[in-house]
Design a protein around this ligand. Sequence first.
Ligand code: ZN
Length: 108
Amino acid sequence: MASQLTRSLKPTAIEAVSGVIASLWAAFIGFELADHDVSVLGIFSVVLALLATGLMIGSRVQDASRSELIKCLEPGCNTQIRVWHTSNADVTRLRELAQDHSKHGPAT
Ligand SMILES: [Zn+2]
């Protein structure tokens, strides 16, 4: 069971593609800024910010694609639980908690 909960360190296709796009995007913007007499520190800051943003977006997309959103079945209740990197037993337990309104009460 522990092997189900550990995450592989190898990048997935989504992470690899987002990393390449973020790198190309950052490099393009960096070269554009270099043509406009921007300081090296300014270019470095912008490139790092673009890389971090692109990689974060890829990571969020990856998490969203692997996660499951479980909503309460009670009309008008907004309770929802997003699960990922979780064992099947925990998914079952959280599904029961989210879908049975009497177990969690009204959302605040
Ligand atoms: Zn509910």
